[in-house]
Design a protein around this ligand. Structure first.
Ligand SMILES: [Zn+2]
Ligand SMILES: [Zn+2]
Length: 222
């Protein structure tokens, strides 16, 4: 199965796509499922998983990409909101208490990538070793930590536009039908990751759009 584990809808401050459009695109490019992981909002994931509930051949995993003091952290299928502001320590504590699955996205990227330290393994289930918006060397470095810490390898596009969906993919053997089964595969480190570069025109357009948003927010990161 091919699942894009990192996407943003208009429930993200810097997102523009309705969850329905993201799902449409994901099915069009032949994916079997996706996680909708909006910045600090469970909204897109909840709406998306409602839409997908009646689909026989497509799974939506609701998620969230949390902003913490150390950088971003993805949580899959969170049942409640997280406090704001949030430290990484507090987030990991809640995740452990509630038995949730977390993924370290785009480590070492810009201001929002958590910078892992080899001797201090993070208590996450997966590491995003393929983020379509990260550089090859950032993904290689992420891969190093997945090997070192024996974590599931996760692929995601980090799409904010429908056209970006599917450029990063998590691959899982078998024909799973429920989001819970996918979470189990991540816990069991039974995943592989694959990424492709987003075409340059889309990348340039998207980076300038995100840059303009950053200026509009008064140079505040998300
Ligand atoms: Zn992020
Ligand atoms: Zn993201």
């Amino acid at each position: 199965m091919r699942i894009d584990m990192h996407t943003h809808s208009h429930y993200s401050k810097d997102g523009v796509m309705p969850p329905k459009e993201l799902i449409k695109r994901a099915r069009m490019v032949g994916l079997d499922g996706m996680a909708i992981t909006d910045h600090n909002s469970r909204g897109g994931g909840i709406v998306g998983s409602d839409i997908a509930r009646d689909m026989e051949d497509f799974i939506v995993i609701p998620g969230i990409e949390l902003s913490t003091d150390m950088g971003h952290l993805i949580v899959l299928d969170p049942k409640t909101d997280f406090p704001k502001p949030l430290t990484l320590l507090k987030a990991l504590e809640i995740i452990k208490e509630e038995g949730l699955v977390s993924i370290l996205p785009h480590p070492n990227r810009g201001l929002n990538g958590i910078k892992p330290i080899e001797e201090e393994p993070l208590e996450v289930e997966g590491i995003e070793t393929c983020n379509a918006r990260s550089s090859k060397s950032q993904n290689r470095r992420a891969s190093h930590f997945a090997d070192l810490w024996k974590k599931a390898r996760i692929g995601g596009s980090d799409a904010h536009l429908a056209a970006e969906v599917g450029y990063g993919v998590t691959i899982i053997e078998g024909d799973l039908e429920e989001p819970d089964e996918i979470l189990e595969a991540i816990r069991g480190i039974k995943t592989e990751a694959e990424c492709h570069s987003i075409p340059l025109p889309t990348r340039v357009y998207e980076n300038s759009r995100l840059f303009a948003g950053w200026i509009r927010r008064g140079f505040r990161r998300i």
